[in-house]
Design a protein around this ligand. Sequence first.
Ligand SMILES: [Zn+2]
Ligand SMILES: [Zn+2]
Length: 149
Amino acid sequence: MNETQGHSQEGRRTGQCLCGAVRFTAVPSKMETGVCHCNMCRRWTAGPFFAVDCGDSLVFDAQDDLEIFRSSDWGERGFCRKCGTPLLWQLHDKTHVSVSLTAFDEIDDMVFTSEIFIDEKPDIYTFANETKKMTGAQVFALFTDAQDN
Ligand SMILES: [Zn+2]
Ligand SMILES: [Zn+2]
């Protein structure tokens, strides 16, 4: 496979929102997913947000109904305005995009490896998977160098 418009085709996989109005392809940086337990993600997705780091590889095949909501000083969230499916979280400059795991068509080969904002996880559920867990403060510390918060 060759590259198209600078975007690698290797490992590229398809996904879409519930109604199909927004369709995309992306290349996961790793075959791994992590979940965010933060209050914003849980309110937005109606559950913990399973995300896949896709670098800057996200390409939309159909995006007329893609809505971008600025949710914080550093991040924004993309969803379908027709059906409401949460699709992505990204930095404003789009240098880092986390795509919703459950928006991809195929996810059975992904491994669940990390949980962030573990300190905001409600007590009513706990995942049994062996994962690396980080608090919100630890996550912000990772971003401090690149972001002015
Ligand atoms: Zn939709
Ligand atoms: Zn979150």
